[in-house]
Design a protein around this ligand. Structure first.
Ligand SMILES: Cc1ncc(COP(=O)(O)O)c(C=O)c1O
Length: 394
């Protein structure tokens, strides 16, 4: 029996069974659906992309996987080289893992051990209210989302602040000599409710982190590869550690990378074995994942995805700006993300089936109805998603 995620198995409604998928479409036996959430935000190139599928097949003809313990291979070498030039600043040191949550764990371990290696005791982490960084234990601890993690109350060494400069400054004043890092989902907090905030906050965070040698970690598992309308938020404000996942492999195979800058790497680079990073997931640097990631980045650049995202954002504004209803608290748009927040989660009960019947797959959660579409979507399909969202309130 399959145990489904985030579901009360006793009362959950039957999931839609997908028999095929191509481009932005999911197919059930009796319905063609536009995927408005890109399979949890990762499927940026769409399904069954011929070049991505070919990249996987070609690599599979050589080998699918070898471990990185004592072995290496061309796809992982090429991907780390590519990321080194593709990512801003001196974010040059790539530690691969198998999922976003594990990528976050690795970043948090790096930040803690960075200090240990420098002979400092800095046990605390600064994080944001409403943060979501994954479902493994340490990732949960830096998260601040009761709706996901209420059953595991473990917040010993983590301070959560709102996205306000005054709160940030106060936290640094109080805790700067205890903090090893400040971790954020930059500009757009996804699972915490598609909350959007200003770049000034991150600029001030950068200044304070540099002043007190607190590592700034950007969890761009969701925001990376264009979702906010920026290639990476790291292009605007440079973190010390960057975590990528989801769209890294175009959604074809789970993989993540935790990328450190020179300063972080140097703290581990020593003659002392005890300064090494003790982490090593079995599937890190998986050859199929690296091959598909390389092809995905090539397409992202070649097809000028940033202009596609700009177009999605323009259409989103055109279709959704000014849309109101007494049940709606706010409509928010940033890059390739549009969110309608309602006052009462009951307002959205039944919307998924309503959308299904109109040919759209949607997965609203709590008080949030949203679209995070594949970047290859055409205008007609995008408008259909927004029409379906608006129609629900009529
Ligand atoms: C910002 C952020 N970090 C980490 C994760 C966890 O990634 P994964 O589900 O691949 O473990 C997610 C997943 O939604 C996320 O949105």
């Amino acid at each position: 029996m399959i145990w489904y995620p985030y579901e009360q198995m006793k009362t959950m409604k039957a999931p839609y069974e997908i028999v095929d998928a191509e481009g932005v479409y999911l197919y059930t036996e009796d319905q063609k659906l536009i995927d408005s959430v890109s399979s949890w935000w990762c499927m940026i190139h769409g399904y069954k992309h011929p070049e991505l599928t070919a990249a996987i097949k070609e690599q599979a003809d050589h080998f699918c996987h070898v471990m990185l313990g004592g072995l290496t291979h061309e796809p992982v070498q090429r991907l780390s080289q590519k990321l080194q030039t593709f990512l801003p600043g001196d974010l040059d040191y790539c530690f691969f893992s198998d999922s976003g949550s594990v990528g976050v764990e690795v970043a948090l371990k790096m930040a803690l051990q960075y200090n240990t290696n420098l002979g400092r005791k800095r046990p605390m982490v600064l994080a944001l209210e409403h943060a979501y960084h994954g479902d493994t234990f340490k990732a949960m601890e830096v998260g601040d989302d009761e709706d996901y993690h209420f059953a595991f109350d473990e917040k010993k060494e983590v301070v959560h602040i709102p996205t306000e400069v005054s709160a940030l400054e106060e936290a640094f004043e109080k805790y700067h000599d205890k903090l090893n890092c400040f971790i954020v989902e930059p500009l757009l907090q996804g699972a915490g409710g598609m909350r959007m905030y200003d770049i000034f906050f991150l600029e001030r965070a950068r200044q304070l982190c540099s002043q007190y040698d607190v590592l700034l970690i950007f969890d761009e598992v969701a925001t990376g590869f264009g979702r906010t309308g920026n290639r990476f938020v790291a292009d605007l404000v440079l973190p010390d550690i960057l975590v990528l996942g989801k769209a890294l492999t175009g959604g074809y195979i789970g993989h993540a990378v935790t990328v450190a800058n020179h300063k972080v790497f140097q703290a581990f680079y020593s003659d002392d074995d005890r300064h090494a990073l003790m982490h090593g997931p079995t599937f890190m640097g998986n050859a199929l994942a690296c091959a598909v990631a390389l092809k995905g980045i090539e397409i992202f650049e070649r097809e000028d995805y940033m202009s596609k995202i700009k177009r999605i954002e323009e259409i989103s504004h055109r279709e959704m700006d000014g849309f109101t209803d007494p049940r709606i608290k706010e409509v928010r748009i940033m890059g390739g993300c549009t969110c309608i927040e309602v006052y009462d989660s009951k307002t959205l009960e039944g919307f998924q089936q309503f959308a299904y019947e109109r040919g759209v797959f949607s997965r609203p959660f709590l008080k949030y109805m949203y679209a995070m579409v594949p970047y290859i979507i055409g205008e007609e399909d995008l408008v259909k998603i927004f029409d379906t969202m608006k129609e629900w309130f009529r």
